[in-house]
Design a protein around this ligand. Sequence first.
Ligand code: T3D
Length: 259
Amino acid sequence: MTDEPTHRVEHDGAVATVTLDRPDALNAQTRASRRALIRDLRALSADSAVRCVVLTGAGRAFCAGQDLREPDALENVDAVIRETYVPIVESLVGMPKPVIAAINGAAAGAGLSFALACDLRYMAEEAVLMLAFSNIGLVPDAGGTWLLPRIIGYSRAFELAATARRVGAAEALELGLVGRVLPRDEVLPAAQALAAELAARPTLALAWTKRLLRSAEHGSLADQMELEAQLQAAAVLTHDHAEGVAAFLEKREARFEGR
Ligand code: T3D
């Protein structure tokens, strides 16, 4: 195990960019790197000064998933998944602010799952997405089997999982897997520009919108409308609601503060 940092967190105003940073291993993840990532994702989640997060990779890949060279990677794998993969995916999905994946290069295995757990994805023209698991006789994990069919449907998800083929940017865009395709050196700046825009939006309302849209994936219409009512009751009490209405009536831009 190395003590070298395996990711970086950089702040620019209310935007935090998390860069997976093991470029020589295509940002593949070890237990130690995942533990460090969990710690920092939780800190970003709790930091009200951070109002949007961007996740990207250093070098030519986004993330190649599990580091297949890690000794004993598959020992007690169910516990390892519960303790190190699940909290990352839960942190991304449950982050009370938008999370944008800037997919600068290959996203494979659990690395693709991390990108799928984000709210939005921008992708480099040169990048590929790959459910690599079946190539090594494994099943998709890190939430991939829950997240992917919700984005592209069961049959397409099964085909990508069963074949483990590389999905290029044009196909990913057509499938709705990513929202935008850009040249590699423009992906991160574009994601950060969108992040700055979203960070200036009413953060609590966006957090509750995330919660509602996720909840909609398994609840009934009645349950969903009840949760909408509860969260709207909280939203109307926020400073940002009052500011949004005042700005509308005064015909000016709203200055949302995320509270
Ligand atoms: O273990 C558990 O806890 C269970 C959980 C599992 C979760 C998972 O994520 S399982 C899936 C693991 N990931 C993979 O199977 C992906 C393997 N990698 C690839 O398929 C390809 O490398 C990529 C599609 C990511 C990129 O392809 P390409 O052609 O751009 O690069 P390459 O030539 O295949 O790889 C470049 C180097 O990175 C190469 O090393 P070398 O020959 O230059 O010394 C390759 O071995 C290394 N590399 C790529 N992926 C990994 C890796 N080394 C370790 N672990 C990797 N995942």
